[in-house]
Unconditional design. Sequence first.
Length: 233
Amino acid sequence: MGGLENKKRQLWIVANWKSNETIKEALEWIDWVGPKLEKRENLKVVVCPTFVALEEVKKAVLVGSYPILVGAQDLSPFDVGPYTGEEAAQLLQGLVDLVLIGHWERRHYFGEDDEMVSHKAQMAQKYGLIPLVCVQEPDARIPLGVNLIAYEPVFAIGSGHPDTPGNAAMVAEELKRRGGGNLAVLYGGSVNAKNVTSFLKQPKLSGLLIGQASLNPLEFLKIAQLSFKFLKN
Ligand code: PGA
């Protein structure tokens, strides 16, 4: 387990646009940020647009050959079938690489519980999508087989008051202890270009989940560029 810390560090910078950005705005963002992003094997830049913008964003990324992965913000806990309004993992295959699961806003506004989160994580894995499961506490339930977690404390989401990097790293350590050596833990909650470095300095953190600050292409690009210097080649 200890040896993993010495492996080449892999970082994730994940933009969660939440319920924002028209298709036009999303494409402007991609076409502005995409060409300016350096391609780095151990840096995964992920953009999670709304479902309506997914297809256009995916096409723009492919056409521009941008080093951007596309993610969905949610998915159905069921397979394809009579589930009005739901997006099954099977239908997202080919369109997205990763899926956010159990974001606090899903849990808080839409009543998702750990059981639902586990079903969604299973569906993602069944269809080869990477589940990025969001949790709020160090003792949160980690669904079976999940290797990517975002710690996002409720008080820090959209508040302008992030957790301290030291505490985020302590929570990451505890989650890793409970979830096994392969677990990568990101931090989310009021991350911006000003504070990003303080989080990336923590070796226990494998990246960031960024909401508000990711909507501004200039700020997001700055965050991605600042993360380059934390990668060993
Ligand atoms: P925020 O959102 O960056 O706007 O605080 C973070 C999150 O939702 O995890």
